[in-house]
Design a binder for this molecule. Structure first.
Ligand SMILES: *Cc1c(COP(=O)(O)O)cnc(C)c1O
Length: 421
């Protein structure tokens, strides 16, 4: 169904209803003004052109209204986060009350573990996939230590088998069979940042709950990429950032999901702040803490509005494109990338990301045996922005909002040329 030609790539672009969205983003250029092939949306998404206007609006309200902007602004700051909720909820398949944008990813992970990692002397272990993102591992290890456990013993790694790169669900089942009674929490990345493998979230959730464990997902590489259907999938919580596939700018705020079943449970331990308090009495300042129902009840501080404005710009763009359309294009675009890499027919190349589109998002992790970072440097010199992971993996992620089929084709040609040198 695919063809290895520029003509074919251009034809796909001309048939793509989402193609006009590319022009709504700032595409990075080299010093001579040539547009680079940007395949790093899994690390930092590109800037929508409307973002600066959204931020400027808030700067103007601040300049002209000062503190009154909290209530009198065009988009009053007090309830500003509520403007993000509905479209964010759609992208992760949640009910609006289950989602809030706040803090950053690792902070949210800690806050969620305060509430949902409640170890006892005998049921205290945490399961994580072995190649989890370092920040997540640090957070889990420190939580174990905080509760007086040895992280070496308390952190159970779900590992690929010897000679394999991907994790098998049955091996997670085996871990649970052997140690389920001692495990308190399954904390899994929905889509692994290194291999690009998307895990079967619903099966993992059911498995964890069968053993009376809490289940949480890190959607850093999932949100805006795959559809995790969080409400129906049923984990207890999930966290993500908004600067990767969600294009909200470096270090922008994270997202947090708390399943509806916990929405009104005021017995849950949590770390609190005034923004999680009942909106009616928040400014009386004298009431005992009264948690807002749902995910909002975990907010701590009044949020940075400029960052929220950038998120609003990005979510408006997603809303216009429609997440289902994006996902459909992503499957085709990444499928085309896979086809073209196979066409290079170089025995050193091994795509470690699953071949099945259901088990991956946009990203392909391309292992090049015996390669070193020089390969990445040459790609960069050839005008490709990609990502290198030691020892020998290039990660590329065509993002359906702004990447096109020609990007993918040109990338494959450049990679081929460099490998043939
Ligand atoms: C990107 C990423 C992070 C980064 O965490 P921050 O708190 O936003 O700096 C953490 N975990 C995973 C899985 C990631 O992909």
């Amino acid at each position: 169904m695919f063809q290895n030609s520029l003509e074919f790539a251009k034809q796909c672009d001309s048939e793509d209803n989402l193609a006009p969205f590319r022009n709504q983003f700032h595409l990075p250029k080299d010093t001579s003004g040539n547009t680079l092939i940007y395949l790093c949306g899994n690390s930092l998404g590109l800037q929508p052109k409307i973002t600066s206007a959204y931020i400027k609006e808030e700067l103007n309200d601040w300049a002209t209204l000062g503190v009154e902007g909290h209530t009198e602004g065009n988009h009053p700051w007090l309830p500003y986060h509520e403007l993000l909720t509905e479209s964010m909820a759609k992208i992760v398949g949640a009910k609006p009350g289950e989602v809030v944008m706040m803090n950053t990813l690792t902070t949210n992970l800690h806050l969620m573990m305060v509430s949902f990692y409640r170890p006892t002397k005998t049921k205290y272990k945490i399961v994580v996939e072995s190649d989890a993102f370092p920040s997540d591992k640090y957070a889990m290890e420190s939580q174990l230590q905080f509760h007086g456990f040895n992280p070496k013993e308390g952190l159970v790694l779900w590992k690929p088998r010897k000679g394999e790169e991907l994790c098998r669900f049955e091996d997670l089942e085996n871990i649970m069979k052997a140690q389920g009674d001692e495990i308190a929490l399954l904390m899994i990345g929905s889509t692994n940042y290194y291999t690009g493998q998307s895990f079967p979230l619903k099966k993992i959730t059911a498995l964890g709950h069968r053993y009376n464990c809490m289940v949480g997902f890190d959607l850093a590489h999932g949100a805006g990429n795959i559809q995790p259907n969080l409400h129906e999938t049923g984990p207890d919580f999930a966290v993500w950032c908004s600067y990767k596939y969600l294009n909200s700018g470096p270090g922008s705020l994270g997202g947090c999901f708390v399943h509806e079943r916990h929405a009104n449970n005021k017995q849950l331990k949590r770390f609190t702040g005034w923004w999680g308090h009942n909106k009616q009495t928040r400014f009386n300042m004298r009431h005992e803490f009264d948690a807002l129902p749902g995910a909002e009840g975990w907010q701590l501080s009044n949020p940075p509005i400029l960052s929220m404005a950038a998120i609003r710009a990005s979510l408006d763009t997603f809303e216009k494109a429609g997440f289902e359309n994006l996902r459909k294009k992503a499957v085709k675009l990444t499928g085309y990338l896979e086809f073209l890499i196979d066409e290079i027919k170089d025995s050193r190349i091994n795509i470690i990301t699953p071949r099945n589109p259901e088990e991956r998002g946009c990203q392909l992790s391309i292992q090049v045996k015996n390669a070193n970072k020089e390969l990445h440097a040459q790609l960069t010199k050839a005008g490709v922005i990609s990502d290198w992971r030691e020892p020998d993996v290039i990660r590329v992620a065509p993002a359906p909002l702004y990447n096109n089929f020609e990007d993918v084709y040109q990338f494959s040609q450049k990679l081929k040329r460099i490998l043939q040198q």
